[in-house]
Each structure stands twice: as structure tokens, then as C-alpha cells.
Write a protein of this length. Structure first.
Length: 84
């Protein structure tokens, strides 16, 4: 809620995802490095290997997430560009 926000820390390299069950949810990111498109990785939210029992289907899914590979097909090589 607005009065009791929830914070979650996901270390570098740990896959993470979320599903909001409330309207007007806000998600804020604090990243370790500046945004680097080459470092982005994705795994399909509904991948059978991971088998997350989501309580609902997403009403809105980004184009990038919709075309994400399966867990077994995903690229796990991390590339970070350190900038001064």
C-alpha cells in the first residue's frame, strides 16, 4: 500500500519478476550499473521448467517479455559496461 510499501533486493544476476494484483501499483528500480541494453536478460514468465504458480495471468505484458526465451534457451552470459 502507499502507507506500507514493500521493498525487495535482488542481487546482480538474480532473475526476478513480479505480478501486481492491485490497480495503480508502482515499481521503482535502483540499478547497480547505468542502463545497459546489452546486459539485459529475460526468461518467459510462464516457463514450464521454472513452473511458477502465478495467481493470475498478466493483463499487460511488455513486448520484450512476451518474446523472452524459455529457461533452457536463455542466455546467461552477463555483460556490463563500466562507465566512468
Amino acid at each position: 500500500t502507499e502507507d506500507q510499501p514493500v521493498w525487495l533486493y535482488a542481487p546482480v544476476g538474480v532473475a526476478h519478476g513480479f505480478l501486481s494484483l492491485c490497480d495503480h501499483t508502482r515499481v521503482y528500480y535502483k540499478c547497480t550499473y547505468p542502463y545497459t541494453p546489452a546486459a539485459e536478460r529475460a526468461i518467459r514468465y510462464d516457463d514450464r521448467t521454472i513452473a511458477i504458480n502465478w495467481p493470475a495471468e498478466p493483463a499487460l505484458l511488455s513486448e520484450k517479455d512476451a518474446r523472452a526465451p524459455s529457461f533452457l534457451e536463455a542466455d546467461y552470459n552477463f555483460v556490463y559496461e563500466r562507465r566512468p
